[in-house]
Design a protein around this ligand. Sequence first.
Ligand SMILES: C[C@H](O)[C@H](O)[C@H]1CNC2=NC(N)=NC(=O)C2=N1
Length: 96
Amino acid sequence: MAELLNDAQIDEALTRLTEWTRDGDALSRTITSSTFPAAIALVDAVAHEAESMDHHPDIDIRWRSVTYTLSTHSSGGITSLDVVLAGAIDRLAQGR
Ligand SMILES: C[C@H](O)[C@H](O)[C@H]1CNC2=NC(N)=NC(=O)C2=N1
């Protein structure tokens, strides 16, 4: 099981993940795309990345704004898996 990060480690990660906020046991970011299909295309790209990591975000889709919420359920909080997935989502969002 992945190890939980402590508060200092999470704060340090957030200095690099500037679009993300901590909400208790999770990291979250809302990404607004130009159109609904573009938002769904990003969700699809994130789905493939998540599947390859075997680490899956909670996803809330509201028209063209999508909130990604990352937490390691099996560990009960934020782990390095969430930090890595957040960085991957940032990279996927950048190219579109
Ligand atoms: C069996 C499988 O590895 C687990 O169910 C994985 C799948 N994806 C997961 N995703 C997230 N975010 N947290 C988990 O604990 C988790 N567990």
